[in-house]
Design a protein around this ligand. Structure first.
Ligand code: NAD
Ligand code: MG
Length: 396
């Protein structure tokens, strides 16, 4: 039986890895729709290679280029928000949600159609609107599959026992490219330094989040929504080899680990296959070659973003939405060379404290989350405009 797959964020790191897994099983999968932001040529190439039925770019100015690149292929295409919605809603058995940032929230919500599955890589949607999104998924009967490697490993580990017997869950972190850096060195870090991730090759935004450990903070909030587990039962341990991705601690003291070489095609294949395992060509784990696994506690003094995310999760209400919005603004400014790396936690912390009166209730709908996100971005952008000279904050 062939399954129809749609990829939101098709030209990115996760999208390309997903395309690789699909092309290893051409008889099993057909591609319904592909969505990208601005890379019309890259999207057209992938659409032709995978035989997609529909391709959409969110940037309306790229329509002409996309049409030219697809001419003669018979692949329908469009550009702008309506075209992205058409792609999200189009008939598919499984939708891979892999747009970066909160830009993925509305397309992923539009993809919630009865009877289908959503493989979620786009963690920012869950951080910003987790409660509203999971409620909407349950109402429409959509199964949400965890594609993020840690959460996918936890899904696999959970299969070893009964959910009521879980004592706690632990996410591992590689520690990112700045794991051994001093704060002084981090203060001078450039965007290119965040691209040197020790174990994964990823998009620009998640590279910065991995370097600041905000990625792990966002993942704690993601785990809370995916597994319905409280902040007090979620832990993080740094494991530089990135072989163990998640651990379930059972109430008898036993532990089950989800392990694999750090290659996103493995969690992607797990999501695509659902109840069975998909044979795929990826490197196999050679334990003797690795030799040893090491673990260390995360250093929240050098990496304050992790503590900020943990605090936002514990505070609940609007705080995770504000955290995510402020972080997106800060990361964008860092990538644009407008602020230093240590300004990221500063902007997030200041935005959180200035938004403390935003309400004790988590956003009840996707629209509420988007409105809160908009306000948080405005606060963060205002901080950026009026910030003190960078050295004054570097010693904080
Ligand atoms: P990326 O930057 O490489 O790719 C992002 C994709 O989204 C691109 O196809 C881009 O064209 C598209 N896009 C961007 N803005 C858009 C918009 N407004 N409308 C439509 N499409 C848009 O990012 P990535 O590394 O593939 O990460 C994607 C998501 O998956 C993120 O949420 C990230 O946190 C998560 N994730 C990534 C990895 C990884 O290994 N890369 C692992 C786990 C989770
Ligand atoms: Mg992850």
């Amino acid at each position: 039986m062939t399954e129809r797959i749609t990829i939101l964020g098709a030209t990115g790191s996760i999208g390309v890895s997903t395309a690789d897994v699909l092309s290893q099983h051409p008889d099993r999968y057909r591609v319904s729709a592909l969505v990208a932001g601005r890379d019309a040529a890259g999207l057209a190439r992938m659409a032709r290679r995978l035989g997609a039925e529909y391709a959409a770019v969110s940037d309306p100015s790229k329509l002409r280029e996309l049409r030219v690149e697809l001419s003669g292929s018979g692949i329908a295409c469009g550009a702008g928000a309506d075209a992205v919605r058409e792609a999200s809603e189009r008939d598919a058995d499984l939708v891979v949600s892999a747009i970066s940032g909160i830009a993925g929230l509305v397309p992923t919500r539009d993809a919630l159609k009865p009877g289908r599955r959503i493989a979620l890589a786009n963690k920012e949607s869950l951080v910003s609107a987790g409660q509203a999104f999971m409620t909407e998924a349950a109402r429409t009967g959509v199964q949400i599959l965890a594609m993020d490697s840690e959460h996918n490993a936890l899904t696999q580990a959970l299969a070893a026992g009964h959910p009521d017997d879980v004592e706690c869950m632990i996410l591992t972190a590689s520690g990112g490219p700045f794991r051994t850096w001093t704060r002084e060195r981090m203060a001078a870090a450039r965007p290119a330094d965040t691209a040197k991730h020790p174990t994964y090759s990823m998009g620009a935004k998640i590279n910065v989040d991995s370097a600041s450990l905000m990625n792990k903070g966002l993942e704690l909030i993601e785990a809370h929504h995916l597994f319905g587990i409280g902040a007090d039962r979620l832990g993080v341990v740094v494991h530089p080899q990135s072989i163990i991705h998640g651990l379930v601690q059972w109430r008898d003291g036993g532990m089950t680990a989800g392990m694999a070489v750090p290659d996103m095609r493995i969690p992607i294949a797990h999501c695509l296959a659902v109840d069975r395992r998909l044979p795929i060509t990826v490197p196999r784990l050679d334990l003797a070659a690795i030799g040893s696994f090491t673990f260390e506690a995360p250093d929240e003094e050098r990496f304050p973003c992790l503590g900020l995310a943990r605090a936002a999760l514990a505070a609940g209400g609007a705080m995770p939405t504000v955290l995510n919005g402020a972080n997106e603004i800060a990361v964008e400014a860092f990538l644009g060379g407008r602020i230093g790396f240590l300004d990221i936690p500063w902007i997030v912390e200041e935005t959180l404290s200035r938004s403390a009166g935003q309400g004790a209730h988590a956003p009840g709908s996707i629209e509420d989350a988007l409105a809160l996100d908009f306000e948080a971005r405005a606060v963060a952008a205002d901080l950026l405009r009026r910030r003190e000279p960078y050295p004054a904050r570097a010693g904080r």
